[in-house]
Design a protein around this ligand. Structure first.
Ligand SMILES: C[S@@+](CC[C@H](N)C(=O)[O-])C[C@H]1O[C@@H](n2cnc3c(N)ncnc32)[C@H](O)[C@@H]1O
Length: 347
């Protein structure tokens, strides 16, 4: 379900750049793939929009362009007012994915989302406007708004850059997760990806992901990791183009040579130390849920953890007891029951 569907900033008939067209395309791929695997499923899609003109375009698009095998429905109104209607549409047992991409932040505050967060079998992808939050978080007069958004007003006046970002995001994620149901052994989990401003040296917004299953975290972080270099390249190329326009000269280097060091990337020695602290001279099994815990606790990428483990194995500080021959990547296979790691004596 898309809670703030638009369309927005796309005048084309095929709405190609919007979440409406993109989500329907992805759902169609799912329908076809699951059918091929002999696992037919019923897939429905709900789009909420409050602006009448945008809703008119949405309604027309869904009526004429919804792919075969998907049931779609537009709903006119304010997402917050419609929360119960949305929940009714979702039914109680089906899996539901909520995509929430509002223009501001009031509709995705912890309190506003509470009734949806409490629904079992649900995942969320929320556009979190960090720019606003970053400016507002230090202002006393905005404290009440902070509480509505984050669930509390954390003290961040002494924090800067990446540290401040991590703390604010951490509070938001923690308070969202607190409201999600725990299904058996599966606690609520969350991760996020930073979306960089194309032109400025800062984060534009975050996509915060919430799930009840560890597989969601390992897959989400893997996708985010592969997105990161593309984002940096786009940003560097945009900045380079604007400099070239100003100076009237082409730049000497390709954008890919110029990607700046990122204050958010982690020192590999820090990741190695993190592994060593989790290991002892007794074999310890690491399964996918353990790997998801590490991703969630640190916000590092899967590749950071794998590279650091590879370094420790190469230096004979750690052994993977279930790795029959040397590997170049993926030093831990965490799926299918995982693998056992052990610190060598002397480390
Ligand atoms: C950032 S745009 C979403 C764009 C959309 N994801 C896309 O890719 O085109 C936000 C949309 O949500 C609508 N909107 C804003 N507040 C809303 C609310 N409280 N309830 C429903 N729709 C809302 C706006 O009219 C706008 O079309």
């Amino acid at each position: 379900m898309d809670g703030f569907a638009g369309p927005w900033l796309d005048e084309s008939d095929d709405l190609g750049s919007t979440s409406i067209a993109i989500s329907l395309g992805i759902l169609q791929e799912c329908v076809l793939e699951l059918k091929k695997q002999g696992r037919p499923v019923r897939i429905r899609a709900l789009y909420v929009e409050k602006d009448k003109a945008a809703f008119g375009r949405l309604e027309k698009y869904l009526a004429t362009r919804t792919p075969m095998g998907i049931e779609s429905k537009p709903m006119l109104g304010d997402f917050i007012d419609l929360r119960q209607a949305v929940l009714n549409w979702c039914t109680t047992n089906a899996f539901a994915f909520f995509f929430l991409d509002p223009k501001g932040w009031t509709s995705v505050g912890v309190n506003a989302l509470q009734p949806l967060l409490e629904r079992p079998q649900s995942e969320f992808l929320i556009n979190f406007m960090y720019d606003f939050l970053n400016r507002a978080a230090s202002m006393r007069e905005l404290e009440e708004q902070m509480i509505q958004l984050l669930g509390e007003a954390p003290e961040v006046n002494n924090l800067h850059g990446a540290e401040r970002e991590k703390r604010l995001l951490g509070v938001y994620r923690q308070n969202l997760k607190r409201l999600m149901p725990v299904a058996g052994y599966y606690p609520a989990r969350s991760a996020y990806v930073r979306v960089l401003d194309r032109e400025k040296d800062r984060t534009k917004y975050h996509l915060v992901y919430l799930t009840g299953h560890h597989r969601g975290i390992t897959v989400f972080m893997d996708i985010s990791e592969h997105l990161e270099p593309i984002q940096k390249l786009v940003r560097t190329a945009t900045k380079q183009a604007s400099r070239a326009e100003k100076s009237g000269q082409d730049e000497l280097f390709a954008a890919s040579d110029l990607i700046e060091a990122d204050s958010h990337s982690v020192e590999i020695s820090e990741v190695e130390q993190f592994w060593l602290e989790r290991l002892s001279d007794q074999p310890k099994r690491f399964e996918e849920a353990d790997f998801a815990d590490m991703l969630e606790d640190t916000d590092w990428f899967p590749g950071d953890l794998q590279r650091a483990l590879g370094n420790l194995i190469a230096a004979d500080k750690v052994r993977n007891l279930d790795m029959p021959k040397p590997r170049k990547t993926k030093f831990l296979h965490f799926k299918k029951g995982g693998e056992r790691l052990q610190r060598t004596t002397g480390t």
